[in-house]
Ligand binder design. Structure first.
Ligand SMILES: Nc1ncnc2c1ncn2[C@@H]1O[C@H](COP(=O)(O)OP(=O)(O)O)[C@@H](O)[C@H]1O
Ligand SMILES: [Mg+2]
Length: 413
């Protein structure tokens, strides 16, 4: 009884603390700052960074814990979401219990602690996705189609801030690497070769496809192998992996019972002056028109539902799956947008299904924050499209095809 009372008091205290910290103002950190600061990771700088994180991370984490407790339609009460909420509470508790950072010894201990926090939150996305699926299963279909915008907005915000928190922790931890790869400032690789990364991501996605279907379509990558730009490799890998996985699944399912050889998935890496654009296209049949408005929501997947009566969400969340959570596209778009890029999709149902997403290179003034949306063809953004033709001559045919699909009467002049 005494133990129960004590734990209740502790929990109440923790909840009050979370409320208090959740109301504090969070501080933004620009990428430029991370690069400048990270280029000289001496003990004094590392201590300043750790002291900042010691104050900043509990604010960010408390805000998410509060939000996780007040989601609509009972989403907060779903077992998977409660589990995620508990991870946030535990991490908040760990951070708040950590004493003031006074010397390098404290700084190292703090760094190990936040590294562990990052690992604790590794499976937040699939676990939340399971929570959303649990909700989807229980919800009245009328609500489902009508008004899940609020949940969608929450998840967008939630995942975007998660990217920010993980970037801050990952950067601090990476600055302790005694032998960083040449050109790396913490997690940022100033000389990232997108073609090489695309190869790795495509191989990883093909391995999952092999595991699932026993075979996998080819992936062909075009571009300049010597081209590099500054970016966070783990972010680019995540996006490429998710998008290639989708393409592989579409092609595989379309061709697995046919006599024809499955056509390859094509990746084109276009190195523009101010941005980098990567196009992924497949001939998997595209998306039905009625599905298109939903593809960036967290509730849409045409793969089989993962939640059944006997599901074990721990085991499922740990396993990388081919498809089914319905969050590969929205999450990839968040990652692209995190550094000012975007992910756009143009589907030609029944013919070909090109994916396009732009990431940006380092601009002169706004480091890693500038991009233009070259493919907003339907809005007739003439100068952008003109630039696009100039920079990406080898895309001309595809661009024209895309224009026709958009039904635009645009003329590049
Ligand atoms: N390349 C593609 N070709 C056809 N349909 C696709 C493609 N990529 C995505 N989709 C559709 O969009 C849905 C959502 O994709 P995603 O967000 O990655 O979730 P998941 O892959 O878990 O279903 C997929 O279930 C599929 O119906
Ligand atoms: Mg997917």
């Amino acid at each position: 009884m005494a133990v129960k009372k004590a734990s209740e008091a502790v929990l109440r205290g923790l909840a009050e603390e979370v409320q208090k910290w959740g109301c504090m103002k969070q501080t933004g950190v620009s990428l430029r700052y991370m690069m400048e600061f990270g280029s000289n990771p001496n003990p004094r700088n590392l201590m300043i960074a750790a002291q900042f994180l010691h104050k900043e991370l509990p604010i960010r984490i408390a805000r998410r814990a509060i939000e996780l407790d007040s989601l609509p339609f009972g989403l907060s009460q779903k077992p998977a979401v409660l589990k995620v909420r508990d991870w946030y509470l535990e991490s908040f508790h760990d951070l708040r219990c950590f004493p003031e950072i006074k010397d390098s010894y404290d700084e190292l201990a703090f760094t190990s602690m936040i590294k562990m926090i990052k690992v604790r939150h590794n499976h937040v996305v699939p676990t939340m996705a399971l929570g959303v699926q649990q909700l989807k299963k229980d919800l009245n279909p009328r609500i489902l189609s009508r008004d899940l915008g609020e949940i969608h907005e929450f998840l967008n915000r939630f995942y975007m801030t998660r990217i920010g928190i993980r970037m801050l922790i990952g950067q601090h931890v990476a600055l302790h690497d005694p032998n960083p790869e040449p050109g790396c400032v913490g997690q940022i690789n100033t000389k990232l070769a997108p073609m090489l990364l695309a190869e790795h991501a495509a191989e990883d996605a093909r391995a999952i496809c092999m595991r699932e279907y026993g075979s996998a379509p080819e992936v062909i990558i075009y571009g300049d192998p010597s081209f590099t730009f500054p970016y966070v490799p783990s972010h680019l890998h995540l996006m490429m992996f998710e998008l290639v996985k989708n393409s592989l699944r579409a092609v595989q399912e379309r061709y697995m019972n046919s006599d024809k050889v499955a056509p390859p998935i094509r990746i084109i890496v276009a190195d523009g002056i101010e941005d980098v654009t990567i196009k992924i296209s497949d001939e998997g049949g595209g998306i039905a028109r009625r599905g298109l408005p939903k593809i960036f929501t967290y509730l849409y997947s045409t793969a089989k539902n993962l939640v059944d009566e006997n599901y074990n969400h721990e085991a499922t969340a740990d396993r990388v799956i081919m498809a089914g959570y319905g969050c590969g596209l929205p999450i990839s778009r968040l990652y692209a947008r995190y550094f000012g890029g975007d992910l756009q999709i143009i589907s030609m149902e029944g013919y070909e299904y090109p994916f396009i997403f732009s990431l940006m290179a380092m601009g002169m003034e706004l480091m890693l924050t500038f991009t233009y949306h070259v493919w907003e063809i339907r809005k007739n953004v003439c100068h952008d499209f003109h630039d696009c033709l100039v920079h990406y001559q080898n895309w001309k045919n595809q661009a024209i095809i895309l224009m026709q699909v958009g039904g635009s009467t645009f003329e590049a002049n």
